[in-house]
Design a protein around this ligand. Structure first.
Ligand code: GCO
Ligand code: MG
Length: 446
């Protein structure tokens, strides 16, 4: 059941019905609400903060639900960090609930700041995801109370819908070309191209570490030369077969040594990439200056960032063109808006992380920001299944390469909690794709 204040009933209750007809219901309703508070009527308070975790299709999704003392008024936020899902659930249920119960739902900035430093040690992925779930739920509630979609509270629309990119991939260059052609027919203007998954691991062959019985049998092998060669090949082939107009993106996923990354970007310049993502790992942030001085390829970075110490310096030095933060990893809409505003002054555009391990609530939060900020770049999208849409009514839709949100008050996504509960989190981490090794078995940052 969602909280829908019927303006007529609310105004009738407050004896304002006649006034509403003259200067607009919402105006007087809001004025009345503000007046109520100034009259010392109790503000709306947080009654409970709880985790909702579900894993219907092999990807752990974690959300926060904030319940209030107003019957039927609640909000949802995304807290999805699939690699440590149980830790995020514990952070929400064991500490966030106690800390937030009884606080005023309206004071989002104060709640964000006080929660952020309540653990003293901060800027880590687990606590930031719990904080994000709270933050996004509070924006959802504020939108419901104002009877407006959240993008309206962020300044209104700068564009009619959110331009997205599709993920094309294949085990061979021909398969990648086929995938690109399919997405071009679906209307996408931007397409990411990968040969295989990340790192072209399927072409790397049998490494020495496996022959030596080092590491785990399921560990992946990545050979930098095979990957680099394969990446140049797919750009060459896709440009030849699909033309110059389509915008091509690629995700390096931080796996090459910095100088190899610089050399690959120089080789890709001739194919005019829209952006190359994660050319370096965050631990090598200092190399971005050298990378920037050696190539004109547009760079996207940020899905691995958790702390302002990772993005402020590179953004003010113009080392990136797109900031690709996974917004629940930094604490939600509140900090993401600050990152977007920072980017405007240094011409860094947004390209929020939007894979399958962001919940539909999180994709909606991305899209509300995308609609409202001037320096939007592009949005990564996930084509959610019917099953996911059944669990998350109001999940954003993709049409002709554009994402459209549910134009409802708040973030516009509900959760069928009963159905979500049918798919509990697994007790083990489902996938270990992060375990990537070089030929001698050295772990590679994934
Ligand atoms: C992307 C990302 C993802 C991440 C994944 C981590 O660009 O979408 O690289 O594929 O690897 O979200 O869990
Ligand atoms: Mg990526």
């Amino acid at each position: 059941m969602s909280f829908k204040i019927s303006r007529r009933n609310a105004l009738k209750n407050m004896g304002l019905l006649s006034a509403a007809s003259s200067f607009g219901a919402i105006g007087s309703l809001k004025a009345q609400q503000l007046k109520d508070k100034s009259n010392g009527l109790p503000p709306v308070k947080i009654a409970k903060v709880k985790a909702i975790a579900t894993c219907p299709e092999g990807t752990e999704l974690i959300m926060v639900k904030v319940e209030t003392n107003e019957p039927g008024l609640y909000g949802y936020g995304c807290a999805t960090f699939r690699q440590r899902s149980h830790a995020v659930v514990a952070a929400i249920d064991k500490s966030l609930n106690d800390f937030c119960a009884g606080k005023d739902v309206d004071n989002i900035e104060d709640l964000w700041q006080s929660t952020y430093q309540s653990s003293y040690w901060r800027n880590g992925p687990v606590l930031n995801n719990a904080l994000s779930g709270l933050d996004q739920a509070l924006w959802d509630i504020k939108g419901k109370r104002a009877n407006m979609p959240v993008y309206q509270l962020l300044g209104g629309k700068c564009r009619f819908a959110v331009d997205c990119y599709a993920h094309a991939s294949g085990q061979t260059t021909d398969e990648v070309v086929e995938d690109v052609k399919m997405y071009m027919e679906d209307g996408f203007r931007h397409i990411r191209i990968q040969l295989g998954g990340y790192g072209t691991t399927h072409l790397a062959g049998k490494p020495d570490f496996k022959k030596a019985g080092f590491g785990m049998h399921r560990d992946n092998f990545m050979d930098p030369v095979t990957y680099t060669k394969g990446t140049v090949e797919i750009f060459d082939k896709v440009r030849k077969e699909c033309g110059e107009k389509i915008e091509l993106l690629h995700d390096m996923h931080e796996r090459l040594q910095p100088m190899d990354a610089i050399n690959l970007l120089k080789e890709l310049e001739q194919y005019r990439p829209f952006f190359i993502e994660d050319p370096l790992s965050p631990e090598n942030n200092r190399y971005f200056q050298l990378l920037r001085e050696n190539t004109s390829v547009p760079i996207a970075m940020g899905e691995l960032f958790n702390s302002p110490h990772e993005w402020v310096e590179p953004m003010k030095n113009l080392w990136f063109d797109f900031i690709r933060i996974h917004i629940s990893q930094i604490g939600g809409i509140t900090p993401a808006m600050k990152v977007a505003r920072l980017g405007e002054w240094f011409n860094v555009r947004t390209a929020w992380h939007g894979p399958g391990d962001v919940s539909p609530v999180g994709h909606a939060a991305n899209a509300h920001i995308d609609l409202a900020v001037w320096n939007f770049g592009i949005q990564e999208r996930k084509d959610f299944s019917e099953k996911i849409r059944e669990i998350f009514p109001g999940t954003p839709e993709i049409k002709n390469g554009y994402m459209h949100i549910n134009e409802a008050p708040g973030l516009g996504v509900e959760i069928n909690e009963k159905l979500a509960a049918k798919y509990p989190l697994p007790n083990v981490q489902l996938n270990n794709w992060t375990q990537v090794r070089g030929n001698d078995g050295t772990i590679i940052r994934p």
